[in-house]
Design a protein around this ligand. Structure first.
Ligand SMILES: CC(C)[C@H](C(=O)O)[C@@H](O)C(=O)O
Ligand code: SF4
Length: 469
């Protein structure tokens, strides 16, 4: 009998091409997603070396970070740097025979939303992209992580990646989530607990009753932010929820190939007794809706809490850094979270720009109006999410309430396109990062769930979504 293995061990072993004595491994890569920001030099490298893309059919390219999300985006991109990146990807995809979704393609969207949507992301695969939030795809029980531009070139050229095996970490979330508390709150709570360095050197497997109860959308939200917890990747073992989501997706296996795939996918779980180097346990039943107050994703607190006082921190460096975060955020220690007023609300991103997220937001705002002080926008994660939302009439609910209904893209998740905060503007955002300047120079970001963001847009300040009616 071989030793019990974790899910990560299994996927890693199944893709191992070579292992050197010093632990350097060569991994086979099943799927490579490409976006316009981290690929130009990689394609240029291939061109200079006279090389081809080794497996164009395992590669999918899409523009997302730089595309405008305004309804008139067909008129082109005004910012020159953005336009050059987008045009470069279109040309590179054409020159190298890689499938490409332009901003005018209904299938276009944020790279981590379109992969699953197309069935390009499947259980048991190794998936890479020159983007840190590639961890999102781990929700399918795939080993998925971000890579740098030189690695993008390596994967394009060889369909392999040089890697070292990471350690195994288990995050078990027991119990049942209270009404109004979501996957976003689970992952923010986990990062609050382990810190942004807590997952360094690990691949995290999320398990437990509360994780099993999540939809694929919720699982993607969890795995998405593994990176903010410092981990190389996040994983959730595939189950009936996963198989039901994947079935009938355009690129999913069909017929006999589906049956064979399913047989394999059902083996993709950690064996009883498999060794985890670190284990963290949380109880979902105790979780409140969570709001970030600072400039790191670990700076989180319950919506019923107050802005913490850095003076209470013993470590001097940490105290200084948290004080700086408070100053940047323009907040005073002791302020009740529900007293924090917002200027902007952003609902979207690869963390929370999927159909279920928009449904949750729509439920909260239906029949209500955005606070006159607040400028609120909804950015569907992909053209297909937008189409689905419109088929369900969600766009009408949002527009009637006073939200801006946009075209798909990364949008105000990061200030790489026209959607950005002005200095000192305060935003409730469903994205994943709240670093200084992330959503615009001197912009102030509070990370929350879609329902919490939607309620904040209506109220003009944070509210406890559990009390919403
Ligand atoms: C632009 C890209 C390289 C970057 C990433 O890797 O994460 C972006 O997607 C982000 O979220 O900051
Ligand atoms: S939505 Fe945000 S986090 Fe996701 S890929 Fe785009 S910029 Fe990165």
């Amino acid at each position: 009998m071989s030793a019990p293995r974790t899910l990560y061990d299994k996927i890693f072993d199944d893709h191992l091409v070579d292992r050197q004595d010093d632990g350097t491994c060569l991994l086979w890569i099943d799927r490579h997603l490409v976006h316009e920001v981290t690929s130009p030099q990689a394609f240029e490298g291939l061109r200079m070396a006279g090389r081809k893309v080794r497996h164009p059919e395992k590669t999918l390219a899409v523009v997302d970070h730089n595309v405008p999300t305004s309804p008139d985006r067909k008129l082109g991109i005004k910012n020159e740097e953005s336009r050059i990146q987008v045009e470069a990807l279109a040309k590179n995809a054409k020159d190298f025979g890689v499938e490409y979704y332009s901003e005018n393609d209904i299938r276009q969207g944020i790279v981590h939303i379109i992969g699953p949507e197309q069935g390009f992301t499947l259980p048991g695969m190794t998936i890479v992209c020159g983007d840190s939030h590639t961890s999102t795809h781990g929700a399918f029980g795939a080993l998925a992580h971000g890579i740098g531009t030189s690695e993008v070139e390596h994967v394009l050229a060889t369909q392999t990646l040089i890697q070292r095996k990471a350690k195994n970490m288990l995050v078990r979330v027991d119990g049942t989530l209270p009404e109004g508390v979501t996957a976003k709150d689970i992952i923010l709570a986990i990062i609050g607990e382990i810190g942004t360095a807590g997952g360094t050197g690990y691949v995290i497997e999320y398990a437990g009753e509360a994780i099993r109860a999540l939809s694929m959308e919720g699982r993607m939200t969890i795995c998405n932010m593994s990176i903010e917890g410092g981990a190389r990747a996040g994983l959730i073992a595939p189950d009936e929820t996963t198989f039901a989501y994947v079935k009938d997706k355009p690129r999913a296996p069909k017929g006999k190939a589906w049956d064979m795939a399913l047989d394999y996918w059902k083996t993709l779980k950690s064996d009883d007794g498999a060794h985890f180097d670190k284990v963290v346990v949380l109880n979902a039943a105790n979780l409140p809706p969570i709001v970030s107050w600072g400039s790191s994703p670990e700076d989180v607190v319950s919506v019923l809490g107050v802005v913490p006082d850095p003076a209470a921190i013993a470590d001097e460096t940490k105290r200084a850094s948290k004080q700086r975060a408070l100053d940047y955020m323009g907040l005073k220690a002791g302020t009740r979270i529900t007293d924090i007023e917002l200027d902007r609300v952003f609902i979207g991103s690869c963390t929370n720009g999927r159909i279920e997220d928009l449904r949750e937001a729509a439920k909260v705002v239906e029949g209500k109006s955005v606070n006159p002080r607040v400028n609120a926008m909804i950015v569907p994660g992909s053209g297909l999410v937008k189409e689905q939302a419109e088929a369900e009439g969600l766009d009408k609910i949002f527009i009637a309430a006073g939200f801006d209904w946009r075209e798909p893209g990364c949008s105000m998740c990061l200030a790489m396109n026209d959607d950005r905060l002005k200095p000192h503007e305060r935003c409730a955002s469903t994205s994943n990062r709240n670093f200084e300047g992330r959503q615009g120079y001197k912009g102030r970001t509070h990370l929350v769930s879609p329902a919490m963001a939607a309620a904040a847009a209506i109220a003009g300040h944070f509210v406890d979504i559990r009390e919403w009616n």
